[in-house]
Design a binder for this molecule. Structure first.
Ligand SMILES: [Fe+2]
Ligand SMILES: [Fe+2]
Length: 245
């Protein structure tokens, strides 16, 4: 289903409740009544076109807004990506960590070795994700915003130029592979090696949460790799061109 501006927001969420996590990043809260997507966007002063591109990308993996997102300012996209980071680090990861801890606690002595291995693996993943996100927030995103601002400003300072030319986006996209792989590995370890549990429902919930996280992060990473990186590469070419003049 393609979500359009006249569809009721309640219907959007009814057909895919995972989208609640996405609309939350726009600051939208429950209580839509019969309001349409367009009305809700106007209530929250959001760019409806941008909202639709994002919500459709998360709703349907075949709908990829790569080209449509080209028209939006990078600041809008980066603001959205930053909100996803808070969702991962402040909500999703602590939620999963608590459930894994709970599972370790209720497991018998004989299973402790395996359980601790799973917990250790999750902690490592958590650490890698945190480092990756911190680097994006402290180095990559500010660089992108600065580059865009520099190219748009009429007075181009030599200091900014020297600072910008030193960095290149080139290898950034590859960093995502290891983060995605280790989440996949964590799921595999749980499915393959987790000993039979009394609380089957808790295991089921953990796997469900990991799946949701993986799916959400796939979309997030696609946006970074397929929308941000190509735009930055074009800007870097322009920057290099300025040097030759
Ligand atoms: Fe990110
Ligand atoms: Fe990333």
């Amino acid at each position: 289903m393609i979500i359009t501006e006249n569809i009721k927001m309640a219907d959007v969420i009814l057909q895919n409740h995972h989208l609640l996590a996405v609309i939350n990043r726009f600051g939208i809260e429950l209580g839509f009544g019969d309001k349409s997507v367009k009305e809700i966007c106007s209530d929250y002063q959001l760019n409806t076109d941008f909202f639709l591109e994002i919500i459709n990308a998360f709703n349907d993996p075949d709908f990829y807004p790569q080209h449509n997102l080209e028209k939006f300012p990078l600041k809008l996209i980066i603001d959205f990506l930053r909100k996803a980071h808070s969702f991962y680090l402040e909500q999703k990861i602590p939620e999963i960590a608590t459930m894994i801890e709970q599972l370790v606690k209720v497991s018998p002595e004989s299973q402790q070795k395996t359980m601790q291995m799973i917990q250790r693996f999750f902690k490592e993943y958590q650490q890698n994700l945190k480092e990756h996100i911190t680097r994006e927030e402290i180095v990559v995103y500010p660089y992108i915003l600065k580059l865009e601002e520099y190219l748009q400003s009429p007075s181009k300072s030599k200091e900014s130029y020297t600072e910008l030319i030193r960095y290149q986006i080139e290898n950034y996209a590859d960093e995502h592979d290891s983060i995605e792989d280790s989440l996949q590995e964590l799921k595999t370890i749980i499915i393959k090696y987790l000993p039979p549990q009394e609380d089957y429902f808790l295991c089921y919930k953990i796997l469900g949460q990991l799946d949701h996280l993986a799916e959400d992060m796939n979309n997030h990473t696609e946006m970074e790799n397929k929308v941000l990186v190509p735009r930055v590469q074009i800007m870097e070419q322009i920057l290099k061109g300025l040097e030759r003049k």
